[in-house]
Design a protein around this ligand. Structure first.
Ligand SMILES: [Zn+2]
Length: 612
C-alpha cells in the first residue's frame, strides 16, 4: 500500500525530518504520533534500520536506497555510516541539537519547498559541518536537553521563529572551511588519491582539527574552551597541511614545536606537541587516531631525544635515533661541555653554540655515538710517538699537517681531550701508509725508513709521508707491521728525483731563467719582487712551501717567454740596428729612454720594446 500523493524527502533532508512531514501530510497528525500509529520506533528512524527503511519504502513508494541515503545508518556498537562513508560514534552528533536558523525561517514560508514546515538537514549533525553552505553563517549547536531530543524534530528542538530571527540578526557571515567542503565532497562520492582519503573520514577530520588547533592556538591551548568558530578555523588550517601529506604535516609539526619552545624552552615531546601528543599518547576514546599517529611518532623520533624502551603512541621505541647532549654525556661518561664543544665543532649539532649547551637541541644518535667513541678511545699527542714508533717532533708534524687528524681537526694543542687523536685515526693512517708497499724480509739496497730518508734526501718527513700516501713513489718496502711508522722503507734517491720532477713541472728555477736571459740569478729575484708600470712584478712566480715552511719559487716557461718578447737587452738592440752597443746606448739616452731597472742589478741593460 502506497500513501498518495507521494511525498519524497527533500534534497539534503534527514529521515527524521521527512517522517515529521509525512505525519501531518498523510494523516494530519504530528510525525512522532504518526510513527507510533504505524509502529515504527523513533530509534529505528534515527538509526536508519533496515526494518524502518523497508517499511517507509512500502508506505511512501520511495526506493529504500534513497531513504537510506537520508540517514545515519548504525552498523555496529560504535560504527556508523552515511552514503557509504563509515565513521565512529563521535562524528555524527547524536546528543547535540544543530540547525541553521536562517534555513528554518525560510522553510516556514508557505511558498517553500516544504510548504511551510521546518526541514532538518542531515549534514547539520556532522561535527565538522559548522557553517550553513546556503547562508554562510555559523550553525546553532547546543547539547541536547533531554534524551527525546535525539529525535531531531526541528519543530520541537529549535526555538520559536522569533528567537530564530534574533539568532539570524546576530549572526555574522563567514566562509565555509576547506575541511567542511572536503567532508561534503566525500559524502557526495567524490574520490581523490590524497593522504586523507586513505583513512576513515572521522580520523581525517580529527587529525586536521588537532593539528590545526595546535598550529593556530598553540600546543598547550585549552581545547575545552575553544569555540565552534575556533574549531572551524583549526580544522581549515589543519586541512591545508594534512591534505598535502606527511611531509607537509611534518613541517607543520616543526612549526608547532618552534612556537612551544618560544613559550618554554626544553622538555620532551609533550612540551613540544602538547594536546596533539596527549591525544595520541593517552588516547581515551575507542576510535583509533589513524595514520596521523605514525607521522607524528616518526617525526618525534627523527627530531627529538627519546630513550629506547619508551612507550610512544602505543608501541615501544626499539632504537634511539636522536641524542641530546645530556643523554650522550650520560651514556658515554664524557663531560657535557666537552661533548657539546666537539659536537658543535664537528657540525653534528648544526649552528650550535660551543660554549652553551642547548637542552632543546637533539642530533643524529649514530653520528654522536661515533664521535663519543672516538673521544673515549683517543691518545694525547704526547703519547703518539709510543703508538706510532716515531719521535715527538714527527708526531707533532703529522698532527699539524693534518695527516693524522685530531678529534677536532685543527684545534691545536689547547683543546684538552679534543686535541687528542683517536686511536682509530692512527690505525687508519698506518693502514694507508703501508697500503702501497711490498713486503720485504730485510731492507733492499739503499732502502731506509722515512726518518733517515728525510736526512739523506733533505726533504721533510711529512713531505715524504705524503709522497708515500699519494702513491708518488714506485719503490716502497714493508717490514713487520709492529715496527709501525718505521715499517715503511723508501729510496732517498727516488725521493730526490720525484721532488725535482714535481717542482720542474711547476716551472724554471731562478738559475735557469737567469741563464736564459743572460742576467744574474739575483737579477731574476729582483725582477720577481719589482713591480712594473702595471703594478704586477716584471716576472711572476709560483711559490712552493715544503712541510718545514721553506719557500722556493718556480717560473712558468710562458711567463719567461712573455717577458723576453716584451723586452730586449742593449746588445740585442744594437745588433738589430747594426750599430755598436755604445752608439745604441747613446741613441737611447738622447731619446730619454732608460732601462727597466738599473743595469748593475741584472748585469745587463734591459729595455722595454714598447718604449722604443
Ligand atoms: Zn542556512
Amino acid at each position: 500500500m502506497v500513501l498518495l500523493p507521494v511525498l519524497p524527502p527533500l534534497e539534503g533532508e534527514s529521515t527524521v525530518s521527512w517522517c515529521c512531514r509525512l505525519g501531518p501530510f498523510h494523516a494530519g497528525i504530528e510525525g512522532p504520533d504518526w510513527l507510533r500509529m504505524l509502529q515504527i520506533s523513533q530509534r529505528s528512524v534515527r538509526e536508519t534500520s533496515d526494518v524502518c527503511v523497508n517499511r517507509l519504502a512500502e508506505l511512501t513508494g520511495i526506493a529504500p536506497e534513497r531513504i537510506r541515503s537520508t540517514g545515519v545508518v548504525r552498523k555496529g556498537e560504535w560504527a556508523y555510516e552515511h552514503r557509504g562513508v563509515s565513521f565512529g560514534i563521535r562524528f555524527a552528533l547524536h546528543t547535540w541539537t544543530s540547525y541553521c536558523p536562517a534555513c528554518l525561517l525560510e522553510d516556514t514560508n508557505p511558498g517553500s519547498s516544504s510548504i511551510g514546515r521546518r526541514v532538518g538537514r542531515i549534514s547539520w549533525m556532522f561535527s565538522p559541518v559548522r557553517t550553513c553552505p546556503v547562508h554562510g553563517i555559523l550553525l546553532t549547536r547546543r547539547p541536547n536537553k533531554s534524551f527525546t531530543e535525539q529525535f531531531q524534530d526541528m519543530s520541537r528542538v529549535a526555538p520559536s521563529n522569533k528567537e530564530l530571527e534574533a539568532e539570524v540578526s546576530s549572526a555574522t557571515s563567514r566562509p565555509i572551511s576547506p575541511l567542511q567542503e572536503y567532508v561534503q565532497r566525500r559524502f557526495s562520492g567524490q574520490q581523490d588519491s590524497g593522504w586523507l582519503h586513505a583513512q576513515a573520514i572521522d580520523q581525517a577530520v580529527k587529525a586536521c582539527e588537532m593539528l590545526g588547533a595546535c598550529l593556530v592556538f598553540g600546543a598547550h591551548t585549552d581545547l575545552d574552551k575553544l569555540s565552534m568558530a575556533q574549531w572551524d578555523e583549526a580544522g581549515g588550517v589543519g586541512f591545508q597541511a594534512a591534505s598535502v601529506g606527511p611531509d607537509r604535516i611534518r613541517s607543520a609539526l616543526e612549526e608547532i614545536a618552534i612556537a612551544s619552545r618560544k613559550v618554554k624552552s626544553g622538555g620532551g615531546p609533550q612540551a613540544a606537541y602538547g594536546r596533539l601528543y596527549q591525544w595520541l599518547q593517552f588516547n581515551k576514546t575507542r576510535r583509533e587516531p589513524g595514520p596521523i599517529r605514525e607521522v607524528v611518532r616518526e617525526h618525534i623520533l627523527d627530531t627529538m631525544e627519546v630513550e629506547p624502551g619508551t612507550r610512544l603512541f602505543g608501541s615501544v621505541v626499539e632504537q634511539r635515533r636522536r641524542h641530546s647532549v645530556a643523554s650522550l654525556a650520560r651514556e658515554s661518561g664524557i663531560h657535557p661541555k666537552t661533548l657539546n664543544r666537539a659536537l658543535v665543532r664537528q657540525g653534528i649539532i648544526h649552528g650550535g653554540d660551543e660554549d652553551r649547551i642547548n637542552s632543546a637541541v637533539s642530533f643524529n644518535a649514530q653520528a654522536g655515538e661515533t664521535l663519543a667513541e672516538r673521544i673515549n678511545k683517543s691518545l694525547p699527542i704526547k703519547s703518539i710517538p709510543d703508538y706510532l714508533n716515531c719521535n715527538r717532533r714527527q708526531a707533532e708534524m703529522l698532527t699539524r699537517a693534518g695527516i693524522v687528524r685530531q678529534i677536532v681537526p685543527g684545534i691545536g694543542r689547547s683543546g684538552g681531550v679534543l686535541s687528542n687523536v683517536p686511536v682509530a685515526e692512527l690505525d687508519r693512517f698506518l693502514r694507508e701508509f703501508r697500503a702501497n708497499g711490498v713486503p720485504a724480509q730485510c731492507p733492499g739496497s739503499g732502502m731506509t725508513d722515512v726518518i733517515s730518508a728525510s736526512q739523506l734526501a733533505r726533504q721533510p718527513v711529512v713531505d715524504i709521508v705524503r709522497l708515500v700516501l699519494d702513491g708518488e713513489l714506485s719503490h716502497i718496502e714493508l717490514l713487520a707491521e709492529d715496527l709501525r711508522f718505521k715499517s715503511v722503507l723508501v729510496d732517498p734517491d727516488e725521493i730526490r728525483k720525484v721532488v725535482a720532477t714535481k717542482e720542474g713541472e711547476l716551472g724554471l728555477t731562478a738559475e735557469e731563467v737567469a741563464s736564459r736571459l743572460g742576467i744574474f740569478p739575483s737579477g731574476v729575484t729582483h725582477l720577481r719582487k719589482t713591480p712594473d708600470r702595471d703594478g704586477k712584478p716584471f716576472i711572476s712566480a709560483t711559490e712552493i712551501v715544503n712541510a718545514t715552511g721553506a719557500v722556493k719559487y718556480r717560473f712558468a716557461v710562458e711567463e719567461v717567454d712573455r717577458f723576453e718578447a716584451a723586452h730586449a737587452a742593449l746588445s740585442t738592440l744594437a745588433a738589430e740596428h747594426g750599430v755598436t752597443s755604445k752608439a745604441m746606448a747613446a741613441r737611447l739616452r738622447e731619446a730619454g729612454i732608460s732601462p727597466i731597472v738599473r743595469r748593475e742589478y741584472l748585469n745587463a741593460a734591459i729595455y722595454r720594446r714598447s718604449d722604443l
